[in-house]
Design a protein around this ligand. Sequence first.
Ligand SMILES: O=P(O)(O)OC[C@H]1O[C@H](O[C@H]2O[C@H](CO)[C@@H](O)[C@H](O)[C@H]2O)[C@H](O)[C@@H](O)[C@@H]1O
Length: 283
Amino acid sequence: MGSHPESLPSPTTPAGREGLNAVLARPDRAVIALDFDGTLADIVPDPEQARAHPGAVSALAALAPKVASIAVITGRPADVAVRFGGFAGVPGLEHLVVLGHYGAERWDAVSGAVHAPAPHPGVAAARAGLPGLLRAFGAVHGAWVEDKGRAVAVHTRRAEDPQAAFETLRGPLGELAAEHGLIVEPGRLVLELRPPGMDKGVALTTYVRELDAESVVYAGDDLGDLAAFAAVEKLRDGGPDGVPGLLVCSGSTEVPDLAARADLSVPGPAAVVAFLAALAERL
Ligand SMILES: O=P(O)(O)OC[C@H]1O[C@H](O[C@H]2O[C@H](CO)[C@@H](O)[C@H](O)[C@H]2O)[C@H](O)[C@@H](O)[C@@H]1O
């Protein structure tokens, strides 16, 4: 932070205020979990060009030593998020964890290694079927495939009509995914074919329980973050085993639904970074 730190914004809901108060009371027992694209990194037309927002790494590095853990939970492969985030080898982030592929992969800064299950065989079959499917929908100019290894994603942001392309492809991609035992994960102008059985909610709950955390903050911007939002809602409704939590929405016009579920909405990655910096400053 500079010499004029932003003040910590106040959540608009009682549950959110309780969550933030729990973090402030025992930061050493708090898990801070963050999505990557759209939350720590601005949305850009080419996913290869996405990078952590300037200030994100220093805000995380200032916050990390004061809390139990910081985890980035992303649809990206873990190693890609680490690279695009600039998260490796940063003083202060020696214990950072990145849960990639919606939690199927785990990278930790201590080992620098990614742990992951065997690839799902359906991904190779779906990958082989994609060119034919996209040719059949030749009108969807500009849709393209991001090969993520353990998943394949069809992006429509650069199509002539991004939303129309998204809607056109959603059904056929769902059929292709089902044919090969996969699911479709919809996101911001992207439809991803990926293995079932894991989502950001499962990943977050497992991580919070693993650390025996006493509070949790989750910040996200996209449909894939709704599972993590639901997990925090469930954790904080958990009676004696409940965990107070704060839900932060990195707002955009593309996913207005998320703001309605959040305790605190901020306008995009720059404001998320300012929130993290203000939280570090307060602690
Ligand atoms: O879970 P996340 O960290 O939010 O990752 C979700 C997907 O993000 C990426 O796509 C999104 O960001 C791109 C770069 O800004 C943008 O061009 C695209 O339209 C967005 O959907 C990434 O490419 C996907 O693989 C992730 O699953």
